[in-house]
Design a binder for this molecule. Sequence first.
Ligand code: PLP
Length: 412
Amino acid sequence: MHYFEYKNGELYAEGVKVQDLADTYGTPLYIYSAATLRRHFKAFDSAFEGLPHLTCYSVKANSNLSLLKILAECGAGMDIVSGGELYRALAAGVNPEKIVYSGVGKRTEEIRQALEAGILMFNVESMGELERISVQASDMGKVARISLRINPDVDPKTHPYISTGLKKNKFGLDLEQSYAAYARAMTLPGVDPVGIDCHIGSQLTTIEPFLEALDRLSLFHDRLKGLGLRIEYLDLGGGLGITYDEEEPPHPSVFGQALTNVLKDYPLTLILEPGRVIAGNSGILVTEAVYTKKTPSKDFVIVDAAMNDLVRPSLYGAFHTIKEVTPKDRPSLNVDVVGPICESGDFLARDRALPAVEPGERLAVFSAGAYGFTMSSNYNSRPRAAEIIVDGDTVILARRRETYEDLIALEK
Ligand code: PLP
């Protein structure tokens, strides 16, 4: 459910015409809907009201400061994976006691930065990290709350690049290593093991892999009691999928109910780290057709957005619905929608039936609110797109378009 709708033959973002936004701010342009963000956050968070819980939005999905502020105002905690994301979350006014810090490669200065801020918990991914956090916390006269990220070896049945909970993945520790790590953590002066964590992957469209992981973690939790450990938090990560095309992921309420059924008798606070399910369908990318081109084998629509703006189709072969901003009645063509970048992998859609658009017309690429702008780059020296947030009839320029001066500002 989102608030990008056609009214009287024109696409609107809440109360504002997308065509007008593209006229004012240019293209390519990311547009986010504040009402959709709030709605998604509330739908997700309220699904767990039967359990003590904390919903930590995963900043990596979309880290725009104005967007983080909206979620912080809804009461969201945040899941971060870098010092930069910590900086953003704090700048957005997020309570540090609602921040969890994941990621396999936390550097010493990032660990200190998080200790200084007083975050809720580190999700520790290796023995080396465990030792380092203890040393740094002791040095700062602190004790760091930690979870160990457990790799439960569960197949999330998603794209291999966003599958993280299999034995072969770089994330977390397996159950035996984790057990040894908890035992070690109990002897270290600078850490307090208070949680168990896992994140098995992203864009999951069924609940079963989550339940399988939960099953393994709850058995493991029982085992930890033998060590005399008192675990307070269970962090199940993010990963709930969204509809890009014809996927039918479970509604958050179904997900929430399934987890509640399992966890209702556990004296644990559940932490969730949703990213895509909050931001994904809260954003679109608007692009303008620059040329159309017919070759003996294909029809192309060459647009002004490229893989540097939205890499998901090139990186994962991901599908994004593409529609005209101002639809017209005309025949469809089977086209590739491609960008101006000098790579054959630079496409937004392949073999897609689209109305025969003319140069100058705008297209909306849907479901672009998560892993869109955050994965964008300056490849081919393309300034990054502007980001707009629409809130009712109000338009916020959440990030101005980069300029050529910005492109070379850090260089000699
Ligand atoms: N938590 C962790 C540790 C992650 O790595 C990710 C995504 O990669 C997420 C949460 C968010 O996942 P999603 O956007 O699928 O909810």
